[in-house]
Design a protein around this ligand. Structure first.
Ligand code: NA7
Length: 534
C-alpha cells in the first residue's frame, strides 16, 4: 500500500480531535483525523448506554471559537443527553465541512518516530501508512475500557456488555434479569435509567458513591436568551476558574475563617444548584483539609439517607471510608430511589468479591445470581490507557506504553520527553485528565498545540520536544499540588488504583484550570521555553 504524506495526524474525532483538525486545517496544514469508530463523537459515540448524559451544564459544554456556532445551536436541557451531544458534533462537523479530512473505521496500530526526517511513520490496523510531521493524540482520557476484568467471565452464556462499547442499535432490557457491575458515574446513570424497565436488577457494588442530586430541566426561550447574553464573556471566563465551569471557588483560607454554620450554608446553596458546584465550587479546603472534608462528607450523607427506605441498604449505599469529593462525584436523579424498588437488589462485592461466573450468572459469597444480561460499568484505564494500547515509539525506539508502565510522566500533559512532535490533548498530568469541564480544557490545549506547531513552522524548524528538565519541573510541581490535597488517599481511577500494576500518581493536575492556563501561556509567551525546538 502506498504511503500518504501529511503534515499532521490527529487521532480521535471527539471534542478535541474535531477542533484540532479545524485549527490546523485553517492554518494551511494537510491534516487527517482518524477514528476507530464508525462515527464521530469520541466518548459520546461509544458511551451510548441508557441514561448517558452530561454532568457539565450543556451551555458550558461547547466550542467557543465561532460565534456562529454557539449562537445557532440550542441545547434542549440543562444537562444534555448523549444523543443530543452527538447531534451537536455532527452539526459542528457539517458547519465546518470537516468530513473530507476524517477517516472513520481506522484504528491506529503503531507510530514510530524517524529522527533523521523528523517524521512519524504511522500505521493503521488495516495496513494503511502515513508519514506525518506531527502526531496529535485526541483519544480522550476515558476511552480505553477497563475490561475484560474476570478471567472466567466467558463462562456466562448470557449477554455481556460494557457501557463504553454499548451496541449503537440499543438493546431491549425489558423483562430481563440484569446485573450491573460498577457504581461510578456511569453505573449510576445506567441503574437509575433501567431500573423501572427490567424484571430484576442486581447491582454489584464495591465502593459506594457520594452522588449529588442533579437539577436537570428543559431550557426555555428565556434560558436561551440568558445564556446567549452570557456567552461573549463566558467563553473567556470559563478558562479562569478552578474547574472550567461558569462559577469559581473562593480563595484558600476563606473556609477556615468561616463558622461551621456558614460553611454548611455554602454547601446547601451549592447543593440547591444541583450540579458539580457542590464538589468544586464551595471552598478549596473540601479537597484539602480533613476536618472540613469530614463536615462536607457528613452533609452529603445526610442528604442521601432519607432517600433510601431500608436502613440496611442505606448503610451500604452511603460511603463511610473515604471523603466526599476525593472520588469523582457523580450526579444522579433517581439513583437512590431505585433501591426502594422491589426489583432492585444491592449486592456488596467489597465484603465478598465476585467469585466466579457460571453459564447462568455469577457467584458471590456462595450464592448464584441468575442473569440474562450482565453490564460492566467498570470504567477505564484512564489518562494513559488509550495511548499505551498503541505501539508508540519515540527516540531510540523507546515505547511510550512501557515508559508509562514504569512511571507516568508528561510535561504539562502536552508532551513527553523522548517523543518529539507527539502532542497529547487530555494526556496525563493536566486538568483535562479529570478536574475540568472537558470542553474548556480541551480547547485550551488544542490552541496551545496549534500555536506550538505554527511557532515551529514560522521559525523554519521541524521538531519540538519537552526537555528532561522541564518535565521534571512539571512533575515535581504536579506532585506537590496533588499531595497537598486529600485526593491521593482514595483509591479510584484518579490515582490509577483501578488498574492492576498501574503506577500510582494523581492523573490530573489539580492546581486549577486558570492556573494551568496561565502556566501554559507563560511558556508560549517565552517562545516555548523548556521545549527544545530544532
Ligand atoms: P469508574 O468511576 O472508574 O467506576 C467504575 C466502577 O466499577 C466502580 O464502581 C468500581 O469499583 C467498579 N469496579 C471496577 N472493577 C471492579 C471489580 N473487579 N469488581 C467490582 N466492581 C468493580 O468509571 P465510570 O465509567 O463510572 O466513570 C468514569 C468517568 O466517566 C467518571 O468519573 C466521569 O468523569 C465520566 P471501585 O470504585 O473500583 O471499588
Amino acid at each position: 500500500m502506498s504511503v500518504i504524506t501529511i503534515d499532521a495526524m490527529v487521532v480521535g474525532a471527539g471534542v478535541a480531535g474535531l477542533y484540532q483538525l479545524h485549527r490546523l486545517r485553517e492554518a494551511g496544514l494537510t491534516v487527517t483525523c482518524v477514528d476507530a469508530a464508525p462515527d464521530i463523537g469520541g466518548t459520546w459515540h461509544w458511551n451510548c448506554y441508557p441514561g448517558a448524559r452530561l454532568d457539565s451544564p450543556s451551555y458550558t459544554y461547547q466550542y467557543w471559537f465561532s460565534e456562529d456556532l454557539y449562537n445557532e445551536w440550542e441545547w434542549s436541557e440543562r444537562f444534555a443527553a448523549q444523543p443530543e451531544i452527538k447531534r451537536y458534533f455532527k452539526y459542528v462537523a457539517n458547519k465546518l465541512d470537516l468530513w473530507p479530512d476524517i477517516a472513520l473505521n481506522t484504528r491506529i496500530a503503531s507510530a514510530v518516530w524517524q529522527e533523521e526526517q523528523s517524521v512519524w511513520h504511522i500505521t493503521s490496523e488495516c495496513g494503511k501508512t502515513w508519514h506525518a510531521r506531527y502526531l496529535i493524540s485526541c483519544m480522550g482520557m476515558l476511552s480505553a475500557p477497563n475490561a475484560p476484568l474476570f478471567p472466567n467471565q466467558d463462562a456466562f452464556t448470557g449477554t455481556v456488555l460494557h457501557t463504553a462499547r454499548w451496541p449503537q442499535e440499543g438493546i431491549d432490557l425489558s423483562g430481563k434479569r440484569v446485573g450491573v457491575v460498577g457504581v461510578g458515574a456511569t453505573g449510576i446513570q445506567v441503574i437509575q435509567t433501567i431500573a423501572p424497565d427490567v424484571e430484576q436488577l442486581y447491582v454489584f457494588q464495591r465502593t459506594p458513591q457520594y452522588a449529588v442530586k442533579m437539577n436537570n430541566h428543559p431550557l426555555t426561550e428565556k434560558d436561551h436568551e440568558f445564556w446567549r447574553s452570557q456567552y461573549p464573556t463566558m467563553r473567556h471566563s470559563l478558562h479562569t476558574t478552578f474547574g472550567g465551569f461558569e462559577w469559581n471557588v473562593p480563595e484558600v483560607g476563606v473556609a477556615a475563617a468561616m463558622t461551621s454554620e456558614e460553611r454548611l450554608k455554602v454547601l446547601e446553596d451549592c447543593w440547591q444548584d444541583g450540579s458539580l458546584k457542590v464538589w468544586v465550587g464551595t471552598y478549596p479546603e473540601v479537597l484539602a483539609d480533613e476536618a472540613i472534608n469530614a463536615e462536607a462528607s457528613e452533609f452529603v450523607r445526610a442528604k442521601i439517607r432519607p432517600r433510601i427506605n431500608d436502613p440496611a441498604v442505606a448503610d451500604k449505599l452511603i460511603p463511610q471510608h473515604y471523603g466526599f469529593g476525593t472520588y469523582r462525584v457523580p450526579l444522579e436523579t433517581n439513583y437512590y430511589d431505585a433501591f426502594n424498588r422491589e426489583n432492585v437488589h444491592l449486592v456488596d462485592v467489597k465484603a465478598h468479591p465476585i467469585e466466579a461466573f457460571t453459564p447462568h450468572g455469577l457467584m458471590v459469597d456462595g450464592q448464584e445470581y441468575a442473569l440474562d444480561v450482565l453490564i460492566f460499568a467498570t470504567g477505564f484505564d484512564a489518562g494513559t490507557g488509550a495511548l499505551s494500547r498503541l505501539d508508540i515509539r519515540g527516540v531510540n525506539g523507546q515505547s511510550l506504553g512501557e515508559l508509562w508502565q514504569r512511571d507516568i510522566r508528561s510535561t504539562l500533559g502536552l508532551q513527553v520527553h523522548g517523543f518529539p512532535n507527539l502532542f497529547t490533548v487530555a494526556g496525563p498530568l493536566a486538568p483535562s485528565t479529570a478536574f475540568c469541564n472537558m470542553t474548556t480544557c480541551l480547547q485550551q490545549q488544542v490552541d496551545w498545540i496549534t500555536d506550538a506547531i505554527l511557532f515551529m513552522r514560522a521559525q523554519g524548524k521541524s521538531q519540538m520536544e519537552a526537555s528532561a528538565e522541564k518535565e521534571e519541573e512539571w512533575i515535581k510541581h504536579h506532585d506537590e499540588v496533588a499531595e497537598s490535597t486529600l485526593l491521593m488517599s482514595t483509591n479510584s481511577w484518579y490515582t490509577g488504583a483501578n488498574i492492576e500494576g498501574k503506577p500510582r500518581r494523581l492523573l490530573s493536575y489539580v492546581g486549577g484550570v486558570g492556573v494551568y492556563k496561565d502556566i501554559c501561556e507563560d511558556v508560549r509567551a517565552n517562545d516555548f521555553e523548556g521545549f527544545h525546538i530544532s
